[in-house]
Design a binder for this molecule. Sequence first.
Ligand SMILES: NC(=O)c1ccc[n+]([C@@H]2O[C@H](COP(=O)([O-])OP(=O)(O)OC[C@H]3O[C@@H](n4cnc5c(N)ncnc54)[C@H](O)[C@@H]3O)[C@@H](O)[C@H]2O)c1
Length: 394
Amino acid sequence: MKSSPRSQAGAAGTLQVLNVAMVGHAFMGRAHSNAYRQVNHFFDLPLQVVPAVVVGRDLARAGEAAQKFGFAEATTDLDAVLADPDIHVIDVATPNDSHFPIAMAALRAKKHVLCEKPLAMTLEQTKEMAALAKKNKVRVALWHNYRRAPATMLAAQMIARGDIGAVRQVRAVYLQDWLSSADMPASWRTSKKACGSGAHGDLNAHLIDLTRALTGLEFDAVCGVQQTFTKERPTGKGKQKAKVDVDDAFCFLAKFKAKGKGSSAIGTYEATRVAPGRKNYNCIEISGEKGAIRWNLERMNELEVFSFADPADGQGFRTVMCMDGVHPYAANWWPDGHIVGYEHTFVHHVADFVTALAGKQPFHPDFDDGVAVQAVLEASLASVKKGGWVKVAR
Ligand SMILES: NC(=O)c1ccc[n+]([C@@H]2O[C@H](COP(=O)([O-])OP(=O)(O)OC[C@H]3O[C@@H](n4cnc5c(N)ncnc54)[C@H](O)[C@@H]3O)[C@@H](O)[C@H]2O)c1
C-alpha cells in the first residue's frame, strides 16, 4: 500500500478525519461504504469519515470495489494497513469465521473496530474480543443496524418511558425464502466451519440484539429446535455437491431475567431461510401490561402501537409513520413523511458511532453486547443438542 496524504487532510480541512479501512467488499461492503459516503452529508459530526482503503484477497477485485464504492485505495496487505498510523478504523465486513482473527489483529494494532454480526464463532472468542478492546482502550461496534431504524429507535424510547408498561412477551420472527429451492448453491452461509450456524446466527442474532435494545431485557434460559431440510447443495462445479451442516430454520423459546419483583417475561423466536414468500420479514411484537408495539422491516418506517389508555371504543393498533421531524433521525433526512430505507440504518449506525467516539460516550451495540448475543446463540444450540432448556451463560 502506498503512503497517502490522508493524515494531512485533517490539518488542512476544518474537520479531523476518521480514515476507514474496510475488509470485505461485497454485500455488507456496499452497505457500509454507502454509509461512510453519506454520513457527513446528512449529520453534523465532529469528524469527517473518509473511506480510505478497501482490503481484499484479490487486488483487481478490491480495486474495482474501491473505485465503485468511493475508497481512495485498495490492497491485499492487511498487515500494512494495520501498521499505518493514518488508518483509524478497521471495518470487518467478511464472513463470520474471519471476524475473530481480523478484529483481534486490528485491536492489537489499537485500531477502532466496526465488526459485522455475529461477532465471532464462539462465546470464548467474543469474550476475548471484548476484553482486548477494553485493554487497548479502543472503541468498538457491532453492525446490528436494525436498532437504528427511526421506528425501532422510537419503540425503544416508548418502552423505556413506560408507554406499554412492563414487558411480558416478545414475539420475534425473521423469515426469508432464498434457500427454499434445493438448487440454490452452497456458500459460506451453508457451511458450519465458515458461519457457525445457519438462519440462527444469521437472523436470530438480529432478533436477540433487537430484543435487548428495545426492552432492556436479558435472556435467562432458552429451549430450541432446528431443522435442515436440504442436506446437500450444488457447488457450481459440475455435479459436485457440498454438505449442508447448518440449520435452514431455527426456533427457540426464551425466559428473561425478572426485572424487580414482577414475573419474568417470556419470548418466542423463529429464524428461517426457507419460508416461501417471505423475503426479509424481520418482525418483532412486544406485549406489555398496558399496550403493545409491533415493527416489521418490510414496512420499516411504520410502528404499530396499541394502548389500553386509548378510548375503549377507539382501541386498536394504530400505525405511526415515524418520519416526522420529532422522530429519531428523521430530521437529518427529508421533510416530514419523506421516507428512508434499509441503507439509512447503516448511516445512522456510523453517525452515532462517530458522535460517541468523538464525545467519549458509550456506543451500543459494542462487543459486550456481542458477547450477550453470542451467549444466547450458543445456549440455544446447546439446548437443541440436549433436547431441553439451557441457561444462558455470561
Ligand atoms: N448487518 C446486516 O444486516 C448483515 C446483512 C448481511 C450480512 N451480514 C454479515 O456481514 C458479514 C459479511 O456478509 P456479506 O453478506 O457481506 O457476505 P458476502 O459473501 O457478500 O461478502 C463477503 C466479502 O468478504 C470477502 N472475504 C471472504 N473471506 C475473507 C477473508 N478471509 N479475508 C478477507 N476478505 C474475505 C469476500 O471476498 C467478500 O468481499 C457476515 O458476517 C454476515 O453475517 C450482516
